[in-house]
Design a protein around this ligand. Structure first.
Ligand code: DC
Length: 230
């Protein structure tokens, strides 16, 4: 049997990281961890308690509440991966709303929030056989991951994809706002002080602006094979 490795998938928002990560985890029988969902769940908690509004984050209030925030993945047999729960409530749908997307970068920039979630990510992935997607997986969470991918695509292409997804869910959005959100998040995620989004030196860039999902998956699967069968 081939060895179970750690696969770190980082990159910009809406580059299809989670789609690839889920596909890979299913194919390989690995655990899939969507770390963005963890940051989104903490953001949702803060929004519900009015610690976050469109322009401001009450960092101190969030820190006082950290001990009361439980973020967990509960395995769903049918889907084959864990669904995000905030204090035992399934929040998978709610964390994807545009309002959460607009605030998450600010919450994800708080060092204590990151510390709490990274600790949990280490615990989940400590035995390998995991596909984890996020922004700092190959640089901070698992710097020794055997395979690191860095996914990217043009902002316009990503906004188009995100817009189509939100429309399909019935959200009332316009393309310009989605593009603005994508660009703002890129900026905040890449320039924050703690664990900014940067490519690890040994990560392989996957630019999928012009790749079909199938082409991309085949390419990545062959990279996995190189590592597991080496
Ligand atoms: O992958 P996503 O778009 O669901 O992530 C939501 C936000 O969380 C994104 O703006 C960046 C942040 N994030 C992070 O800072 N570190 C991670 N490992 C994952 C996500």
């Amino acid at each position: 049997m081939s060895k179970k490795i750690t696969i770190a998938i980082d990159g910009y928002s809406s580059t299809g990281k989670s789609t690839v990560a889920k596909q890979l985890a299913k194919k390989l029988g690995y655990i899939y961890v969507d770390t963005g969902a963890m940051y989104r769940a903490v953001t949702l908690y803060a929004m519900r308690k009015i610690m976050v509004t469109d322009n401001k984050v009450d960092e101190e209030a969030i820190l006082r509440h950290l001990a009361f925030i439980s973020v967990k993945f509960i395995y769903d047999e049918d889907l084959g991966y864990g669904i995000i729960h905030l204090n035992n409530e399934n929040v998978e749908k709610e964390i994807r709303l545009m309002e959460v997307s607009n605030n998450v970068s600010k919450v994800a920039a708080i060092p204590e929030v990151r510390k709490m979630l990274v600790k949990q990510q280490h615990e989940i992935g400590k035995d390998g056989g995991v596909v984890m997607d996020g922004r700092d997986i190959g640089t901070v969470v698992f710097p020794d991951a055997e395979l690191k991918l860095f996914m990217t695509a043009s902002a316009e292409k990503r906004a188009e994809r995100r817009y189509a997804e939100l429309k399909e869910k019935g959200e009332d959005v316009n393309y310009e706002d989605v593009l603005k959100n994508v660009e703002e998040r890129d900026h905040l995620d890449s320039t924050r002080e703690t664990s900014p989004l940067v490519k690890a030196d040994d990560a392989i860039i996957i630019d999928n602006s012009n790749l079909s999902k199938e082409e991309q998956f085949d390419k990545i699967l062959s990279l996995v094979k190189e590592k597991t069968e080496a």
